[in-house]
Design a protein around this ligand. Structure first.
Ligand SMILES: Cc1cc2nc3c(=O)[nH]c(=O)nc-3n(C[C@H](O)[C@H](O)[C@H](O)COP(=O)(O)OP(=O)(O)OC[C@H]3O[C@@H](n4cnc5c(N)ncnc54)[C@H](O)[C@@H]3O)c2cc1C
Length: 441
């Protein structure tokens, strides 16, 4: 009888778990099923490139069906679980409910943007975590330039030309840097806006930007961004977000139509519906082998799980793709060991190899195995690293082509927000009424 191994979530952790299981489990010994709500893996380190128009949106994702050979991809939304019956509850895209039975379950459902109870935040701010948010941001930047160009009053126009990013971790910093790079590339096409200029503000509650990297590298990144005219407000929080302004603590109001919220992540809310133990931070409580406490056949990895960090006693692993990938590979081997396919169940062991923060304009900061890099060499290293990690030769080549094209040509300013939203066909009755109303010739 073949075992049923089910993986919930096909991001970095889930995808690498499936790939490793395909390799380590003997043919026909197990059915591997991967449940995901989209049929691709989003390669998040390249999201700022998609927002800035240097990369085609389709080139920052990895189609799961192309990359997985022996895994059944099940497209649907995980909505709950019954661990006592070994069942995962999945709603398929057409709304049918399924109970997927498993012998071993790996939960890798990732995270969502962590919001705070700030008035107006949910209504007016945009996140920067999904492909739709990244593309919406790019489209919005172009629409706002188009609108601003039609406004005569400079004060009102300024609202449309100001961007406020909240949260100076690497996602916020890269997103802001790439977007500014994009806008400064295209602004020459908008004469009124060019004369007035753009304003970019980065707000951070902590005392410095990018707590993930060494202070001297963070200081380099800060100098680089300030040199481009980006205002950086550390030790600052926001009090309210409105349609036309954001108010900082202390009462200063910055007129803006765009607030981008990049102030951290929290586990996907559905993990609280799986009947599994959670830590105070809401991540799934697992031991060092990534087995869920009290559940012999359930494992959890990535941003959704509090996997003990082998290098920082008592702390969970940071929510990074580097960790999720290694946890995916290790958990697959642990599951294989549990099913008697060889090896032993081992704890997760990994030390961060490096951090790369792309600042656009051929600038970056990086720290790899104790060596610090900045400027062009860091930028080159960051791109090489991301390309090396992109699964599949075809996809690596696509990145290379996009990057080369963006070095040689200016960026495209078409605003294609209408893609995927076709107009409805006109109802025949309305057409007949129109004909009746207009005289025939
Ligand atoms: C802009 C940005 C830049 C980043 N850059 C870096 C970087 O340079 N280096 C780095 O190491 N990390 C980076 N990260 C962090 C990294 O993306 C995450 O840590 C990593 O994706 C976590 O992997 P995961 O498998 O836990 O979750 P994910 O990769 O998020 O995968 C979760 C999967 O589960 C699916 N899912 C969620 N809910 C459901 C549901 N109910 N039903 C079915 N499927 C569901 C999701 O669609 C997704 O496919 C970045 C993140 C962002 C937002």
């Amino acid at each position: 009888m073949a075992w049923d191994v089910v993986i919930a979530g096909g991001g970095f952790g889930g995808y690498y778990a499936a790939r490793t299981l395909e390799r380590v489990l003997p043919q026909h010994s197990a059915r591997i099923t991967l449940v995901n709500d989209v049929n691709f893996l989003l390669f998040t380190p390249l999201l700022p490139g998609a927002a800035a128009g240097t990369l085609e949106p389709r080139h920052v994702v990895v189609p799961l069906r192309e990359q997985l050979d022996r895994t059944d991809l099940w497209l649907g939304h995980v909505s709950g679980a019954a661990p006592e019956r070994n069942e995962l509850i999945v709603d398929s895209l057409d709304g049918r409910r399924h109970e997927l039975r498993y012998d071993q379950l790996i939960v890798a459902l990732g995270s969502v943007s962590r919001t705070l109870p700030i008035p107006g935040l949910v209504e007016h701010a945009i996140g920067f975590k999904t492909l739709s948010e990244a593309i919406a941001l790019r489209n919005r930047a172009i629409s706002l330039l188009e609108i601003a160009e039609t406004i005569g009053d400079a004060e009102t126009r300024a609202e449309y030309l100001t961007y406020v990013f909240v949260g100076a971790g690497y996602a916020g910093l890269e997103g802001l840097a790439e977007l500014q790079d994009f806008v400064s590339d295209v602004i020459d096409l908008y004469p009124r806006c060019r004369v007035q200029g753009m304003r970019f503000v980065l707000v951070e509650a902590k005392e410095r930007v990018m707590p993930e990297v060494a202070p001297d590298l963070a200081a380099f990144a800060e100098r680089e961004l300030r040199g481009r005219g980006i205002e950086i407000r550390t030790n600052t929080t926001i009090e309210e977000v409105g349609e036309r302004a954001v108010t900082l603590r202390g009462g200063e109001a910055i007129p803006t139509r765009t607030v981008v919220w990049t102030a951290g992540v929290k586990p996907h809310p559905v993990v609280a519906q799986l009947g599994l133990p959670l830590t105070d931070g809401g991540r799934i409580d697992v031991d060092e082998t990534m087995r869920v406490r009290g559940r012999a056949n359930v494992w959890a990895i990535g941003d959704a799980a509090a996997v003990p960090d082998p290098t920082r006693k008592g702390q969970p692993s940071p929510p990074t793709a580097q960790h999720a990938i290694r946890q995916g590979r290790r958990v697959a081997r642990n599951v294989a060991a549990e099913l008697g396919a060889g090896g032993a169940v081992r704890p997760f062991a990994y030390k961060t190899l490096g951090v790369f923060v792309d600042l656009g304009r051929h600038q970056a900061v990086a720290s790899t195995m104790g060596i610090k890099w900045r400027g062009f060499p860091a930028w080159f290293l960051a791109r090489t690293y991301h390309m090396a990690n992109m699964p599949g030769t075809k996809r690596k080549l696509r990145l290379l082509v996009d990057w080369t094209v963006s070095l040689l040509f200016s960026r495209d300013t078409s605003e294609l927000g209408q893609l995927g939203h076709p107009p409805e066909l006109e109802h025949p009755r309305a057409e007949a009424a129109d004909r009746a109303a207009s005289p025939t010739t």
